[in-house]
Design a protein around this ligand. Structure first.
Ligand code: FMN
Length: 208
């Protein structure tokens, strides 16, 4: 199926929502279906600004944000298809045209994709902390998006894990992807499922 690269009109920027923090936390959901409506660059910049305020031990600033939109997404098609080929090869199978087309469609399923990558420290503990900090940055981004009425979801998978992205976009040797954030408008219904916090909480308020 051909991918539609035409540019729909940008929405009116007036009267954007701004949810309070707890409402954004409670209402953020992983959304998988997006409208093709482009997102203005300054709106994405606001989310990136929120991301960088994530907690970060020793202020290593381990995160890098690689933003793909419009035809720039074509680079990610190659990365994602390379992962599909690699996986098939590892299983001793032939890659199918359907698998390659699914990879393409996933990339074009949202108007904006952000690959969050991590600069790898030589120190193993810092490396672990930095990975966590990168995910804190991802969550800040998702919550800011929710607060602004945008849908999103973070994803991982083989193409992130096996870093087929690095060679395609020229990531430095010491930098690896940790997540791909999908971002856009959506009218797709979502459902929240969580156990109560009581079920997973232990309280310690006595000496013995
Ligand atoms: C570390 C991490 C990796 C994830 N990877 C994927 C993924 O590869 N594909 C996907 O569809 N969702 C992925 N998700 C999203 C979760 O599936 C989603 O958060 C979960 O279903 C709960 O739904 P909710 O976020 O709407 O509450 C990931 C979430 C996290 C935290």
């Amino acid at each position: 199926m051909a991918t539609d690269l035409s540019t729909p009109s940008t929405p009116d920027t007036a009267e954007r929502p701004l949810l309070d923090t707890l409402t954004a936390i409670r209402t953020r959901r992983a959304v998988k279906e997006y409208d093709p409506t482009p997102i203005p660059r300054e709106w994405i910049e606001e989310l990136l600004d929120a991301a960088r305020w994530a907690p970060n031990h020793r202020l290593t600033h381990p995160w890098r944000f690689n933003v793909f939109m419009g035809e720039g997404r074509e680079k990610l098609v190659k990365a994602r298809q390379d992962a599909v080929r690699l996986q098939a090869q590892q299983k001793g199978k032939e890659v199918t045209p359907e698998e390659l087309e699914f990879a393409r469609q996933k990339v074009y399923s949202a108007p904006v994709l952000v690959i969050v990558s991590q600069v790898l420290s030589d120190d193993p503990i810092t490396r672990k902390e930095d990975y966590a900090a990168c995910w804190c940055a991802v969550q800040n981004f998702l919550l800011a998006a929710t607060a602004r009425g945008l849908a999103s979801y973070p994803s991982t998978g083989a193409w992130i894990d096996q870093n087929t992205i690095g060679p395609v976009i020229g990531l430095p040797e010491n930098e690896v992807p940790v997540a791909c954030i999908f971002l856009g408008y959506s009218k797709a219904p979502t459902a929240a499922k969580r156990f109560s916090w009581e079920r997973h909480t232990r309280w310690f308020d006595q000496a013995d």
